[in-house]
Design a protein around this ligand. Structure first.
Ligand code: 13P
Length: 251
């Protein structure tokens, strides 16, 4: 079956000392959480600090963004090979904050996912509707467009390696969580789409994470849903106790 994945997206937060103590605490929790995969996604300058702290333990390292080109004159950008070389196994692509503030489109997300896969990284592809889209009933259409846009032209053997994160934009950083039923409905829709496109064997392998105000108080009921295979946690991943409680909720 699918191993639950609990990922912390630190976004643009923390300095080195804070990163060190937070990742030490999470490494200790992860050691006691056999059967749950734990992932930390700090900002670029903290990747090496976190890598040294979690060294040889069960916690995996990921980045929050990547450029789609392998190298060249792209001032300020970071390639997938650089991330792999720094010890990353994962990279988040297409987060709604990247789509909203940095103009990323489904095509950008596809190119980034492709670059990640080519460098041996697992892309965590984020999708999710805005409040307006939810209210006018277009959630299924929006989510399917984002998934098909991101996966179009990927080889089935590559699709098998991806992780998807469903993050309703209205639930991110707002304290409003999707109910387990609402989240499960969209997760099932995503898995159904994957099944139609790639078959049951691949669809059943892919982990679909929920993100959007996940916290200790709601993690267990969300993670109990059949198609919710973990969480992509923002705010609560910055607090050792809260993130540890979410990891334990996945056990
Ligand atoms: P919050 O958990 O702070 O709502 O953020 C979710 C998120 O965007 C994770 O990528």
């Amino acid at each position: 079956m699918r191993t639950p994945l609990i990922a912390g997206n630190w976004k643009m937060n923390l300095l080195r000392d804070e990163a060190r103590s937070l990742s030490e605490a999470i490494a200790a929790t992860a050691k006691e959480a056999d059967g749950v995969e734990v992932l930390l996604c700090p900002p670029f300058p903290l990747l090496d600090t976190v890598r040294r702290t979690i060294d040889a333990g069960p916690v995996a390292l990921g980045a929050q963004n990547v450029h789609n080109e392998p190298s060249g004159a792209f001032t300020g950008e970071v390639s997938a090979a650089m991330l792999a070389d720094t010890g990353c196994e994962y990279v988040i692509v297409g987060h709604s904050e990247r789509r909203q503030y940095f103009g990323e489109t489904d095509a950008t997300v596809r190119h980034k996912a492709n670059a990640a896969l080519e460098a041996g990284l697992t892309p965590i592809i984020c999708v999710g509707e805005t409040l307006d889209e939810r209210e006018d009933g277009s959630t299924p259409k929006v989510v399917e467009r984002q998934i098909s846009g991101a996966l179009e032209r990927l080889k089935p053997e590559d699709v098998r390696r991806i992780v998807i994160a469903y993050e309703p934009v209205w639930a991110i950083g707002t304290g409003k969580t999707a109910t387990p039923e609402t989240a499960q409905e969209v997760h099932a829709l995503i898995r159904g789409w994957l099944k139609r496109e790639y078959g049951g064997a691949i669809a059943d392998t892919i982990r679909i994470l929920y993100g959007g105000s996940m916290k200790p108080a709601n993690a267990e009921e969300l993670l109990a849903e059949r198609d919710i295979d973990g969480g992509l946690v923002g705010g609560a991943s910055l607090k050792a106790d809260d993130f540890s409680a979410i990891i334990r909720a996945a056990l």
